[in-house]
Design a binder for this molecule. Structure first.
Ligand code: PMP
Length: 410
């Protein structure tokens, strides 16, 4: 056997050579099912893929052509490790929509906010350090934390987001145990997967608690501009620039294919993030950054976000109506922005065990267990309404209802 054919399910001859952190990197058990779920006959309520069909593709194509023809010398060259200064300037204007007053120098451009999550974790986490996070939490962040051998302690949410008294008592308990808490990871707006938003009143309370315990806040905010009924709430970073690292992304407000996100951080932290990023990738893609800057300069990007909000609201409505009609025995929250509905199944049902049967019935979702560090949450599932049309959403929920019904009978 050669080294190159040792992948897949065969014995890995390098097993004994991996760093301990590599043993924590696990392919999700549900990934194989998702390969099946991406077949066209399956209605996928699983992925968080934005609706790219809503973008003016001709216009973007022409913009890309001009970018390469007129600015190819720069666009196709290496660039700054911290990111293109012109784009960083634009990013400060985007953040101003959520009340953040920042200088371009506060910003580090990253390859999606996913890379920013990795950089922050690289810079702050030693094996065994504790990260406090909402219960449930974004699966992609949990994967990064696991890969860096962190321990994640979850704190409950209610319909107003993270519960301040629960956070305070968790931090007090961890302190009493002598555990080292490095940061609070929070998705305050239109939570993935919870769908809820941290209320305005709670934001300063959460910040005050974190300050009291000397805990940094990692505010991950890809959905903040995608509210259906209201203007964006002020970001936590707008209330405490020294205690908060803010992560933003163009993935949901424009397009994930460019892979452009950012971190806004206190200056000393920013320096570390730039060094970590240079060591990982040298610099983010100039072509992608210039494409985003050009889009922000020349198109009605705020109008496009408004269109996205209307499309997603229509899809949210389709999903909620279908749940009411077809699965009334389950319960769920009604999100007022973002992409996700968090569904609690009738007692005794296990969403992970049910998934293969759902895929056979041509519908897919993400089981709740993916969003808990300790694998709890089996009674829950995340449904995404961002990608399928309203008709497909209705069809998908109807198929899901058949699976739930059959499951309740067994
Ligand atoms: N954070 C959250 C909460 C997300 O939902 C996502 C994408 N699903 C990301 C970060 C990563 O997004 P990106 O890397 O595309 O910016």
């Amino acid at each position: 056997m050669t080294h190159s054919d040792s992948g897949g399910t065969r014995l890995d001859p390098w097993l004994g050579s991996y760093a301990s952190r590599a043993h924590n990197m696990r392919a999700s058990e549900i990934r194989a099912l998702f390969a099946v779920a991406s077949r066209p006959e399956v209605v996928s309520l699983a992925g968080g893929m934005p609706y790219i069909g809503g973008l003016p593709l001709e216009e973007i194509g022409e913009m890309m052509r001009r970018l390469i023809v007129e600015h190819g010398e720069t666009a196709l060259q290496y660039g700054s490790g911290q990111g293109d200064e012109n784009l960083r300037e634009h990013i400060t204007h985007v953040m101003a929509l959520e009340g953040i007053r920042a200088h371009p120098d506060d910003v580090v451009v990253t390859t999606g906010s996913q890379q920013a999550l990795d950089l922050v974790t690289t810079v702050f986490i030693d094996p065994g350090d504790v990260i406090v996070a909402e219960a449930p939490s974004y699966v992609g962040a949990l994967g990064v934390f696991r890969a860096h051998e962190a321990d994640v302690v979850h704190v409950p949410m209610d319909e107003n987001g993270l519960i301040p008294v629960a956070l305070a008592s968790t931090l007090a308990g961890l302190k009493a145990e002598g555990r080292r808490v490095k940061f609070l990871y929070t998705v305050p707006n239109y939570h993935n997967p919870g769908g809820v938003t941290l209320s305005l009143e709670r934001r300063p309370q959460i910040l005050e608690i974190c300050r009291r315990f000397g805990v940094l806040v990692l505010e991950d905010n890809p959905y903040g501009l995608l509210g259906f009924d209201r203007e964006p709430l002020p970001a936590m970073r707008s209330m405490d620039a020294e205690g908060v690292i803010y992560l933003g992304s163009f993935s949901k407000t424009f397009a994930p294919g460019f892979r452009v996100g950012w971190a806004a951080a206190p200056h000393a932290v920013r320096d570390k993030l730039v060094l970590a990023s240079e060591s990982a990738i040298l610099c983010p893609s100039n072509a992608s950054q210039m494409a985003i800057a050009s889009y922000l300069e020349h198109s009605d990007w705020q109008g496009q976000i408004k269109k996205f909000r209307e499309q997603y609201r229509e899809r949210r409505d389709a999903m909620i109506h279908a749940l009411e009609e077809f699965i009334p025995e389950a319960s769920w929250n009604v999100p007022d922005g973002g992409f996700y509905v968090w569904v609690k199944l009738p007692d005794g049902l296990d969403a992970k065990a049910m998934l293969p049967r759902a895929v056979t019935a041509r519908v897919a979702y993400v089981p709740g267990t993916a969003f808990y560090f300790d694998g709890s949450g089996s009674n829950y599932m995340r449904l995404s309404y961002c990608y399928p049309t309203p008709e497909r959403i209705r069809e998908g929920v109807q198929r899901l209802a058949g699976v739930v019904e059959a499951e309740m009978e067994t």
